[in-house]
Design a protein around this ligand. Structure first.
Ligand code: SF4
Length: 325
C-alpha cells in the first residue's frame, strides 16, 4: 500500500495512521516551523478574512505546501472553524476526512469513531493497539521529561513545551523522535538543576508568540506545567485506546480541563498562572471559567500573529512578575 502523507488539524488517534504505515503531519507544527507570516499572507490572498484565527490560515497554507495526500480535520472537539477549513482544502483537490470527538464523551460513540478511522485506513484494532504500545514507550519517556521539568528542575519550561507539543505527530518519524529524546534525556539527567523562581502553569493552546518562554524566563518565572501540550503527549498511558482518548481533556468540556489543571497545580506546587488565548478564538470564553475557578494569580495573554512579543505584552508580564515574584 502507498504511504500517504496525511495532515491533521489537532491531536487525534495517531496510532491508526502509523499502524497503516502512513506519514502523519500536524499542520500546526508545520505552520510554526516554516515562514508563518508568508503562510498567513497566502491564505488571506485566497480570501480568508483578516479577522480569523491565524492558526486556521496557517493550517490551510501548510496543507497546500506540504505535498499531502489527505487532510484529517477534527470537526468536533476542536475548532469551530475546522469544517469550513476542510471545505477550502477540498477545493484545492486534496482529499479530506472528518474525525470527531463525540461531545457526549461516551465510550461507545468514540469507539465507533475510532473504528470508522481504522476502516478508512484498512487497519484492525489489534494492529492499532500494537502501534499504541510502541508509541506509549515513547510517551513514558515524555512523562520522565515532564517530571525532570517540574520536580528535578533539569528541563526548562521551553524545552518541556517543545517536546510535548511535537508528540502530537512524533514529527512523522517516532523512531527518530525517540532516538533524539533519548539523547536529550541522557544530557538532561546529567545536568545541574536549574534555579526555581516563580512556579508557573501555562494554560491554553500553544502560543503563537516566538519568544514567550524566553521572556518569561528572563523575567524570573519558570513554566513547570504546559497544560494542552501535556495533553497532546497522552500521559495517562491507558491500555485501551478508547479510554486514552476519553481521558484526553482538550476535546471536551472546559470543566474536564479544569479538573486536570487543579490536580497539576497541587502536584507541581504552582504559584501563578499564565493563560494564553488566540485572537478570534472561541476558547477565550472557556478561559473566563478557568480564571474564575483557579484561585491563583492569573495573567491572560492574547496573541494574534507568529512574531515576537509586542511591547505591551512584555510590560504586562513585567508588572505581573513585579507583583507576584
Ligand atoms: S486557536 Fe482557537 S480558533 Fe484558532 S485554530 Fe485553535 S481552536 Fe480554532
Amino acid at each position: 500500500m502507498k504511504t500517504k502523507r496525511i495532515g491533521f488539524t489537532t491531536s487525534l488517534p495517531v496510532e491508526v495512521l502509523y499502524a497503516a504505515g502512513h506519514f502523519p503531519i500536524d499542520l500546526n507544527n508545520i505552520f510554526l516551523s516554516q515562514d508563518s507570516s508568508a503562510h498567513i499572507h497566502k491564505a488571506e490572498l485566497k480570501g480568508f478574512p483578516r479577522s480569523l484565527c491565524s492558526w486556521i490560515k496557517g493550517n490551510f497554507s501548510s496543507a497546500l505546501s506540504s505535498d499531502l495526500d489527505e487532510v484529517i480535520g477534527i470537526v468536533q472537539g476542536d475548532c469551530s472553524n475546522s469544517s469550513s477549513l476542510l471545505e477550502m482544502i477540498a477545493e484545492e483537490e486534496i482529499d479530506i476526512y472528518r474525525f470527531s470527538f463525540p461531545p457526549q464523551k461516551e465510550y461507545a460513540a468514540l469507539d465507533a469513531e475510532i473504528s470508522r478511522l481504522e476502516e478508512h485506513y484498512g487497519v484492525s484494532r489489534k494492529l492499532t493497539l500494537e502501534t499504541k504500545a510502541w508509541l506509549d514507550e515513547i510517551r513514558r519517556k515524555l512523562i520522565e521529561l515532564d517530571k525532570l521539568c517540574y520536580s528535578d528542575r533539569k528541563v526548562s519550561g521551553r524545552d518541556n513545551h517543545l517536546w510535548l507539543v511535537n508528540s502530537s505527530d512524533f514529527q512523522g518519524d517516532p523512531a527518530r523522535f525517540e532516538r533524539e529524546l533519548d539523547e536529550f534525556l541522557y544530557q538532561a539527567r546529567a545536568s545541574k538543576p536549574l534555579p526555581t523562581r516563580l512556579r508557573l502553569g501555562y494554560l491554553g493552546v500553544p502560543p503563537i508568540f516566538r519568544d514567550l518562554y524566553d521572556v518569561i524566563s528572563e523575567q524570573g518565572g519558570d513554566v513547570l506545567f504546559n497544560e494542552v501540550q501535556r495533553q497532546f503527549s497522552m500521559p495517562h498511558l491507558k491500555q485501551d485506546i478508547v479510554e486514552q482518548y476519553l481521558i484526553y481533556t482538550y476535546p471536551y468540556s472546559v470543566l474536564d480541563r479544569l479538573k486536570d489543571i487543579k490536580e497539576q497545580i497541587q502536584l507541581r506546587d504552582l504559584q501563578a498562572i499564565v493563560a494564553y488565548t488566540q485572537a478570534f478564538c472561541h476558547l477565550q470564553i472557556d478561559n473566563l471559567l478557568l480564571k474564575k475557578h483557579i484561585k491563583l494569580p492569573f495573567l491572560n495573554l492574547e496573541g494574534e500573529l507568529p512574531e515576537k512579543l509586542d511591547s505591551r505584552t512584555i510590560l504586562r508580564l513585567e508588572s505581573f512578575f513585579e507583583v507576584h515574584s
